[in-house]
Design a protein around this ligand. Structure first.
Ligand code: FE2
Ligand code: FE2
Length: 306
């Protein structure tokens, strides 16, 4: 008898018969739309029109840090997306998902590159967080490891990573488009958002297909994963520094965000983001109800109970 596989990579690959037909039409549609909507970070932005003269040195320093941090976040997706792709292939999930994710990974690369380029233009990309203790909460939510762990269901991963975390990020992007005054910074936000809308739709389309086929027990696992993502990752400041536990590092980030926002170069503030975050969690709860559960109330000292 063979030992239980520790990782998906320890299991043999069974490729044939190779089915490439349409199994989830909505996801196949997202794939088609993704290949039609490609853009190049080098040429899609009018980089030479970025005028830095109106900004103070302090604002530029802050904005450069903000865009570097955005690049780190997008990089997280570059490293996690292929792990999910391996999972889709190894477990032979619908071909539409495998097709879509090749492009999704490419899109995350684009996002990381465009944020990197912006940081470079603003004075130089910053390679790592000032305080490495803070790295844990800004660089990963552990999806790569989860994706290769056969004990964690794919539904739990997609629901927590996409329908919760990516959805919250999406609402923030939408908010940033409305408040970012600098035309170059605004265009970057809009281009990233154009891709993210598909990334989110993928998660909901997959769960819409899977939820009715799942048992109560399996759905409870999904629910728990979403709760963990919101409670331990989002409410811990993964996307928004003001939600992170108070520390010199989180305070420095909040301050950099404020300066960046005031310069119109991206970022938002606690005051402006609060209602966006609350609305986001409420909408996610509602949108998950047809799956068969209602997410519990969440508490954060700065938000009260959502
Ligand atoms: Fe992205
Ligand atoms: Fe994404």
């Amino acid at each position: 008898m063979s030992a239980v596989a520790a990782s998906l990579l320890d299991q043999p690959e069974v490729r044939f018969p190779l089915d490439l037909s349409v199994r989830i039409p909505k996801i196949r549609e997202l794939y088609r739309s993704a290949i039609k909507n490609q853009w190049d970070p080098q040429t899609a932005i009018e980089w030479d029109q970025l005028d830095l003269r109106p900004f103070t040195q302090k604002q530029l320093e802050a904005a450069r840090l903000y865009w570097s941090r955005r690049a780190w976040g997008e990089y997280g997706a570059i490293s996690e997306s292929p792990a999910l792709q391996i999972r889709f292939c190894q477990e032979r999930h619908p071909p539409d998902m495998r097709f879509f994710f090749t492009i999704r990974t490419q899109e995350e690369s684009r996002h990381a590159e465009v944020c990197y380029l912006m940081a470079e233009k603003l004075g130089g990309y910053v390679k790592e967080p000032v305080q490495s203790a803070y790295q844990g909460s800004v660089s990963t939510h552990g999806v790569r490891k989860m994706a290769l762990d056969p004990a964690i269901t794919l539904e739990a991963i997609v629901a927590s990573l996409v329908c919760a975390a990516e959805e919250i990020a999406f609402d923030v992007f939408d908010h940033l488009i409305k408040i970012t005054k600098n035309p170059i910074a605004n265009k970057i936000q809009r281009l990233v958002m154009r891709d993210e809308v598909r990334h989110c739709a993928f998660g909901w389309a997959y769960m819409e297909r899977r939820a009715p086929e799942m048992s109560k027990k399996e759905l409870a696992v999904v629910e728990e994963a979403v709760v963990t993502m919101i409670e331990k990752v989002e409410l811990n400041g993964y996307h928004s520094a003001w939600l992170a536990p108070d520390s010199p590092a989180s305070r420095a980030e909040v301050e950099a965000d404020r300066l960046t926002y005031e310069a119109g170069l991206g970022a938002t503030t606690e005051e402006l983001e609060k209602p966006v975050f609350v609305a986001s969690v409420k909408r996610i709860r509602k949108q998950m109800e047809p799956w068969g559960f209602t997410l519990k109330p969440f508490f954060h000292p700065k938000l009260g109970t959502i």
